[in-house]
Design a protein around this ligand. Structure first.
Ligand SMILES: [Zn+2]
Length: 202
C-alpha cells in the first residue's frame, strides 16, 4: 500500500531508485509482521516442537484439593463413573473418548461422555454433559469434576468446559486421570483465572 501511495504519476523515480525503494518497503513489511525487535525470519518466531508447552500440564501449582477435602471413596466412585461413561462416548470424528463425572453438594455422582456430531461445532464435551445430567436432577452445586481419558497422559478440560464448570462449581476441584499414573489435580480457579460468572451480572 505504501509503495503505491508514493509511486503516483509525477514522481520520476529512476529504475534503480525504485528497486531500492521496493527493497526498503519489503523490509518494512517484514518488520511489521515480525515486530521491530524480533527477528524477521518467521521460522525463528515459531517455538520448536521440544519448546512447546505440554498441553497436559495446566498452569499453576498443583492443588491437593482432592486429597485433602474429598471423601476418597467418593472420589474413587466418581473416577469409576467417568471411566465407565467414556465407553459410551460418541466420538467417530476425533476418536478421542472422554468420560467425566461430577460430585455434587449432596455427594451424588453424575456422569457423561463426549457426544460428537457430523456438524462438528455441535459436539458436547463429557464434562458439560455430566454437569447437564446433574442440573437436570436439580443439582447445581458441583464440588468435584473428574475427567477420564484412555490415554497415557491426563487431559485437562477445554476452555469451554472450564467456563461451564465455573457456573456451578467456582470452588470445585478438578481431577483428571488416565490409564497411567499421570494425573492433573487443580482447583477450577487455577484453571480459569479471573473468571466471568454469575456475579458479574448482579
Ligand atoms: Zn470441553
Amino acid at each position: 500500500m505504501l509503495r503505491f501511495s508514493i509511486a503516483v504519476p509525477g514522481c520520476l523515480l529512476t529504475a534503480a531508485a525504485m528497486l531500492c525503494f521496493m527493497d526498503f518497503a519489503g523490509s518494512l513489511s517484514q518488520s511489521a509482521r515480525a515486530g521491530v525487535d524480533s527477528p524477521a525470519d518467521p521460522e525463528q518466531l515459531r517455538p520448536m516442537p521440544d519448546q512447546m508447552p505440554d498441553p497436559a500440564e495446566p498452569p499453576g501449582a498443583t492443588a491437593p484439593a482432592v486429597n485433602q477435602e474429598m471423601d476418597q471413596a467418593l472420589v474413587r466412585k466418581a473416577v469409576e463413573a467417568a471411566r465407565v461413561a467414556s465407553r459410551n462416548a460418541w466420538c467417530p470424528y476425533s476418536k478421542f473418548p472422554v468420560g467425566a463425572a461430577v460430585v455434587t453438594g449432596d455427594n451424588e455422582v453424575y456422569s457423561g461422555c463426549n457426544v460428537e456430531n457430523a456438524s462438528y461445532g455441535l459436539t458436547i464435551c463429557a464434562e458439560r454433559n455430566a454437569i447437564g445430567q446433574a442440573v437436570a436432577r436439580g443439582q447445581r452445586d458441583v464440588k468435584l469434576v473428574v475427567v477420564y481419558t484412555p490415554t497415557e497422559k491426563a487431559t485437562a478440560p477445554c476452555g469451554a468446559c472450564r467456563q461451564v464448570i465455573n457456573e456451578f462449581g467456582p470452588q470445585a476441584a478438578v481431577l483428571c486421570v488416565c490409564d497411567s499414573e499421570s494425573r492433573i489435580e487443580e482447583r477450577l480457579e487455577a484453571l480459569l483465572t479471573q473468571a466471568f460468572g454469575p456475579r458479574n451480572l448482579e
